[in-house]
Design a protein around this ligand. Sequence first.
Ligand SMILES: *Cc1c(COP(=O)(O)O)cnc(C)c1O
Length: 527
Amino acid sequence: MSINSESRPIPSFLANTHTPDTTTFSGNKGLELEEGLIFELSDNLHKSGIDIPAPSNCEKRLGGLERSGDIGLPGLSEPETMRHYVRLSRKNYAIDMGLYPLGSCTMKHNPRLNEKIARLSGFADIHPLQPQSTVQGALALMQMLASYLLELTGMSSVALSPKAGAHGELCGMLAIKAAHDAACNTRNIVLVPESAHGTNPATAAFIGYKVKTLPTSNSGTVSLEAVREALSSEVAAIMLTNPNTCGLFEPEIVAIANEVHKAGAYFYCDGANFNAIVGKVRPGDLGVDAMHINLHKTFSTPHGGGGPGAGPVVLSESLARYAPLPYIKRDGDILQLVENQLEAKLDGKAPLGRLTAFHGQMGMFVRAITYMLSHGSDGMRQASEDAVLNANYLRASLKDVLTQPFGDKTCMHEVLFDDTFLKDTNLSTLDFAKAMIDEGYHPMTVYFPLVVHGAMLIEPTESESKANLDQFIKTLRALAREAKSGPPERFIKAPIYTPRRRLDETTAARKPRLSWKPTSKVDKVAE
Ligand SMILES: *Cc1c(COP(=O)(O)O)cnc(C)c1O
């Protein structure tokens, strides 16, 4: 029984995930405080952090449907509430705390200047339903972002409204479908390499296409031969990532694009890895017809818990007219948001419809354009060069202790290792990744791409200094040595120093418990 369990009860289900050799009387560790859910902290459902007088003589207008029982919200004072959420936030890991080497995610620094500009009241305090004449500046910023994205990609048109990479894929693939429909094509197959991100086949399947998988060659890329073999009059499009998820540039991409076009299909490029090639290669020159750009990866806007994503889609000339509503049009000095099909028809367009209620993630547009303007074209090019350099520095510094699945060759902005170096150790990629957490490092992306056994995909990004990378390399080298010749405990038991030990991740993913019930008796829980 812990001494403060009355004020901060620790749910019994945590007992077996608690570190036995670091148990304290209080259940806390150092100044890391341990506590239950906010509902469990509350000892009184009627307590409130605010004090407003009860309404008097209030006319009831709900026809007798008003709530009669307790609302069931936890009763906590303001300081109790603040402390709970601040403690929770300290359990989160963030790019602002240290290296976050998640491959395929481009977890780069989010410059504070971006935040400052996004908070200017002229951007932050406007509303999407304001008359267009009062938000000309915001429209001008969107127009500017659009033109920079077109410049960087060499494409014809851009849809700003998609709200994430996966949403952008949906937008681009719907544009491709609209083009086929307009030509009365009933093609129903989409080619996707087996190394693709799961969102690619999911997008194709979601809009009714059959997915045909392309094999990855021994060199980790997609071969022209394999594409040729898979193409037919039934193929609507290919979805290809470049650089691909093995961290390699697809060398046959132009020939592949030509072949795809010759077969009457379109080329969708997954642009999540654009950070490797900004200012170096224009996807339009590679024959791409549609590509999403993750502003939250390449252009430094925050990810996930840090904020919403934004996934603008650039389109080639052949798809431009199918771009979704709304889009911005210049009429003399006035910028106008075209929001309906009729108006778009007068412009000679056939929009695929609308993907979001309004215009996209305005706050992310401001952050992305701030990043672009503060870096300039030379700075953006250098960011890509440094991202590639950093990944190759890791590759060269680790290649004698870790193993590379496709031989030792220069990578792009991320470096892929496999679990061959763990052969005969009884340790897995997961054990290795968990041991990294004890050393103060968020693990790399593991078990993706699926084509590589026990994959470890590391993306340092350009924002890490050499000193940081050297420290990381030293740690990974020591762990690799220990994995091969030391006692296995450090790995099998890892993570040891975290608030929770190793979780049953399958149950957590398959049976998440997302709600709390006052009477529920919990013996096994997935977090
Ligand atoms: C991140 C990513 C996506 C999906 O982007 P979201 O913004 O997370 O929806 C798609 N493909 C690849 C290769 C990615 O890395």
